[in-house]
Design a protein around this ligand. Structure first.
Ligand SMILES: Cc1cc2nc3c(=O)[nH]c(=O)nc-3n(C[C@H](O)[C@H](O)[C@H](O)COP(=O)(O)O)c2cc1C
Length: 191
């Protein structure tokens, strides 16, 4: 059952900086005009770079869109489905691309080479979002966008596989919303 719970469940120790970060991270869909420094954005990318991946294959590349001119041109690619209008106000957009993963031979002999890549990219995206939150930035992962259009705009080859956009910028509203999540009772089995 889906319940609306406080950002961090009261039964869980909230004093840890990491648990606070988990509660504070939320999708931001309204960005202020405040510019974001290149150094701040690089820390977001660095967190993604340090994420774990199967066989340490690091099946990712990153494109950081930060010049206002390019943000203005890339944003419409994420609005192609008639959603994500807020992207136009993002100060930067981080693109995470899936690249061929080189798994260790034992894993590659039983699994498709890209078997773990989607999960790996999800981890990198989340690390980026946490790094954004930790620096006071808002972030929003975006999975629906016009792939051919963004490839054409950035002159990427047809095989370039963009997995996610991450919208970044300082939030207009810093209030932390209650999270809507399934309850632990429905999710967790302890043995
Ligand atoms: C893979 C992925 C794709 C998403 N795509 C979109 C999107 O296209 N537009 C959007 O507004 N939010 C998008 N989101 C954000 C989710 O809606 C959001 O994470 C979820 O509702 C939980 O809310 P929270 O992030 O504020 O905790 C996406 C999130 C993920 C992980």
């Amino acid at each position: 059952m889906q319940t609306t719970v406080p950002a961090v469940m009261p039964a869980i120790d909230q004093t840890s900086p990491f648990m606070e970060l988990c509660g504070q991270r939320q999708s931001c869909r309204s960005f202020s005009d405040q510019p974001v420094s290149h150094e701040t954005l690089l820390r977001v990318v660095e967190a993604a770079r340090l994420a774990p991946s199967a066989c340490n294959s690091q099946p990712w590349r990153f494109i950081l869109v930060e010049s206002p001119e390019m943000v203005e041109r890339v944003a419409p690619c994420g609005q192609a489905m008639g959603i994500n209008g807020f992207l136009k106000d993002a100060k930067a957009i981080l693109l995470i691309l899936e690249t061929p993963a080189k798994l260790m031979p034992m894993a590659a002999s039983v699994l498709d080479g890209q078997y773990f890549a989607k999960g790996d990219l999800g981890g990198a995206a989340l690390a980026a979002c946490f790094a954004a939150t930790e620096q006071g930035l808002g972030s929003c992962v975006i999975g629906l966008f016009d792939r051919p259009k963004i490839r054409g705009l950035l002159d990427l080859p047809p095989e370039a596989n963009i997995a996610y956009f991450i919208a970044l910028g300082y939030p207009k509203n810093i209030a932390v919303r209650a999270k809507s999540r399934k309850g632990l009772d429905d999710l967790l089995m302890t043995v």
